[in-house]
Design a protein. Structure first.
Length: 130
């Protein structure tokens, strides 16, 4: 299993960030898959693309959102996206644990890809807050 992180400063209030943290918007901003179905009031999202289908479960936190792949090709994919006041804006931070379940080189590749997804997700949240 590998852990990856990304962060980004946004020149806006934490309350604005909170209003723009929808599960579907986060997965869409990651850029790897298309949102196909939203269930359970938006807390369960099915995405797909490239012949794959993944299902994520979301939990709202006081300082952000957590989500985990509950159906899909990866052995483990858990992500926490948080926000906190910093200077005259907000610091966004994302952390994921990812495991493919095969040789270690595959976990490294998955972590590399996941880091890019996290950076795109944070950029997407930042853009929605402008």
């Amino acid at each position: 299993m590998r852990e990856v992180e990304a962060s980004r400063f946004v020149q806006t209030y934490p309350e604005i960030v909170e209003q723009n943290l929808s599960p579907a918007a986060i997965l869409d901003a990651e850029g790897s898959f298309e949102v196909r179905e939203t269930e359970n009031g938006g807390d369960r999202i099915t995405v797909g693309g490239y012949g794959l289908t993944l299902v994520f479960a979301f939990t709202t936190r006081e300082d952000g959102i957590e989500y985990e792949q509950i159906k899909g090709p990866l052995e483990t994919l858990r992500t926490t996206l948080t926000y906190a006041p910093e200077n005259e804006g907000t610091r966004l931070a994302a952390r994921s644990e990812v495991a493919v379940g095969g040789p270690g080189v595959l976990d490294r590749l998955a972590a590399w890809k996941r880091r890019g997804e996290l950076e795109r997700a944070l950029a997407g949240v930042a853009e929605r807050c402008q």
